[in-house]
Design a protein around this ligand. Structure first.
Ligand SMILES: *Cc1c(COP(=O)(O)O)cnc(C)c1O
Length: 428
């Protein structure tokens, strides 16, 4: 499949060929843990990374390999490593770059789970994070120090309404010799291609829009192949002999594929956060309709957001696809096909009205997931952000008076009617 084919063609065909043994047109689920070596020389060549092939499914699996190539192609990258969840992908992306004492400069506007993973859990590895407002480019510049090994943000930031100026941020990170990692989960490569805006790596929770129907967990790290790991001595796992792989120098040996090979040969081998082939199958099926679904998610989100904004029972709506949004201008530049399907809105009547609203919806489902064909709703202040103070809730976009919606691909008029009746009950 040529990379010059259109997105709609690539989302169906990239990485896949009819099964050579059976002719099966859809990618088979290779439900196997091991692979028979042709002979002892073949086995040795595989273990030496002199020949690419299959050894053991913790490392590589043919079903997952198709998904990796599919996602890498759609992002415009050179390689990808799939893993067990979006959170696993974030650790897998940082692992080759970090060591004890090193830090990540990250946007304050991130998925709640990422704030906890970065703010608390990664400290156990001796890593740390500096959270910065990414609209304040001077602050981003000032936060990068000699021990910074990555800059991290989301393209369209969860819970929606915010778009990162990726060109401005990548200019800063690249000048500092540090890779920009972009979590492109909420946008998907259909709406935003971070490599075209200077990012070095992309991570995904494939759990969300890429699979698209809320069936399986998964994650992916995609490499642009553009970052020069040997330009400084900051990334010895890639630029110097790697003791975890009998002294192999990944960048010298594999060139632009260094990060991907390291992710498989060391990341998956030793951290074991492997995707399973069933999940890869569901995600491959989902990706085939990605562009169609994203078009509808965006179309519906615009209709619902405009309706809410005009409704007197609603205080405000934060969706970058609305002209009233301070980030509306960035849509054209960063995600010209639309601002995604996630946003928050404030209900007059505050916390109590929000809780009543959540209990009154009939088509929307009250769940913590997002990026499903179904429309989803959650009141963060009484659920995911319950442990935070009100100030912390406001700072993270989860103020007591707002609910977050993930707009599905149902009929927009039904979604509006559902919110209408729920708002009536909530504000009675
Ligand atoms: C869900 C999500 C994650 C975490 O992914 P999991 O698959 O749930 O581990 C990370 N970033 C964003 C933007 C997400 O929406």
């Amino acid at each position: 499949m040529s990379k010059t084919h259109g997105f709609d063609t690539l989302q169906i065909h990239a990485g896949a060929t009819p099964d050579p043994t059976t002719g099966a047109r859809n990618t088979p689920i290779y439900q196997t843990t091991g692979y028979v070596f042709r002979d002892a020389d073949h086995a040795a060549a595989l273990f030496n990374l002199q020949e690419v092939g299959y050894i053991y499914s913790r490392l590589t699996n043919p079903t997952i390999a198709v998904l990796q190539e599919r996602i890498a192609t759609l992002e415009g990258g050179v390689g990808a490593v799939c893993c067990s969840s979006g959170h696993a992908a974030q650790i897998m992306a940082l692992f080759p770059l970090m060591s004890p004492g090193m830090n990540v400069v990250a946007s304050t506007r991130l998925y709640g789970g990422t704030v906890t993973q970065f703010g608390q859990t990664i400290k156990r590895f001796g890593w740390s994070v500096k959270f910065v407002d990414f609209d304040d480019t001077d602050a981003v510049k000032a936060a990068i120090d000699d021990n910074t090994r990555a800059v991290f943000c989301e393209s369209i930031a969860n819970p929606g309404g915010y778009i990162t100026d990726l060109d401005a941020i990548s200019a800063i990170s690249n000048a500092a010799g540090v890779p920009l990692i972009v979590d492109n989960t909420s946008a998907t490569p259909y709406l935003c291609r971070p490599f075209e805006h200077g990012a070095a790596l992309v991570v995904h929770s494939t759990t969300k829009y890429l699979t698209g129907n809320g069936t399986v967990m998964g994650g992916c790290v995609v490499d642009s192949g553009n970052f020069d790991w040997s330009a400084s001595d900051k990334f010895p796992s890639l630029s110097a002999p790697e003791p975890a792989y009998h002294g192999l120098t990944f960048h010298e040996t594999f060139g632009p594929m260094a990060f991907t090979f390291h992710g498989i040969a060391i990341g998956l081998r030793d951290l074991g956060m492997t995707m399973n082939p069933q999940a890869a199958h569901y995600t491959l099926c989902g990706i085939e309709t990605l562009s169609l679904r994203m078009q509808r998610h965006v179309e519906n989100a615009v209709k619902v957001a405009k309706w809410l904004e005009a409704d007197p029972r609603v205080e405000y709506v934060t969706y970058a696809g609305l002209e009233s949004s301070p980030y509306f201008d960035r849509v054209e530049k960063i995600c010209p096909r639309g601002a995604g399907g996630l946003f928050t809105f404030a209900v007059k009547g505050g916390y109590d009205a929000c809780v009543k609203m959540i209990d009154s919806v009939e088509i929307f489902s009250h769940v913590a997931n997002l990026g499903d064909t179904r429309s989803l709703i959650i009141h963060s202040a009484s659920t995911t952000h319950r442990q935070l103070t009100e100030d912390q809730q406001r700072a993270s976009g989860a103020a007591p008076e707002v609910v977050r919606v993930s707009i599905g691909i149902e009929s927009a008029e039904d979604l509006i009617a559902d919110l209408d009746q729920a708002l009536t009950k909530a504000t009675a």
